[in-house]
Design a protein around this ligand. Sequence first.
Ligand code: VNL
Length: 207
Amino acid sequence: MSLRFALLALLTVEPMTGYDLAKRFESSVAFVWHAPDSQIYPELRKMAKEGLLTAEEIPWGPNGKKTQYRITIEGRAAFKQWMNTPLEYARERDPVHLKAAYLEWAEPSMAKQHMQAHIEYHRMRRGQWADMIAGLRDGTNEMLSKRLAAAAPQDHRRILEYKIFTYQGLIARAETEIEWGLRGLELIDSLSNTPPDDQPIHTPSSA
Ligand code: VNL
């Protein structure tokens, strides 16, 4: 359901073809709301049917056509309405934490692989979000540049700051996940009966 609001957010800047929108989506709002092209195109058609967008056939190439989507008054109102309505929180459904709760069933080496993968994933995301902040700040993010060009100068600061704020939150969350994963690795070692070969075995006599 939130996908349509991500799409409306981009279309508040300018009309776009489905292809351009999907491309622009990928390098902006997809970093907070992931959606494959296979969801984007049907959603655009649905939104046009509901009157949130107009779909206009425009010429493309020597004898081709493509669909250009433009936000309507109703589309703007729907986006504004959503932005001014409290969210409903969905309770957690996180397979990583589900698995964490039962790691006594996993081989210690597999348990450690789970944690390692968790750490690696969140390090990668942290890096991508940090790059996004850099691109927002230095003016190389295309979507933001278009948005700023279409906005009044007195709005530029908050347009930028809310986006940076968003990615700072995601980075902080990634860091927490990385630390948790590292603690998990230590915990698995300390709880497994067979200690890893690089750690000395503590016997009651040597303790
Ligand atoms: C925009 C640009 C949004 C870059 C983004 O994420 C982003 C935008 C929400 O101007 O809509 O990373």
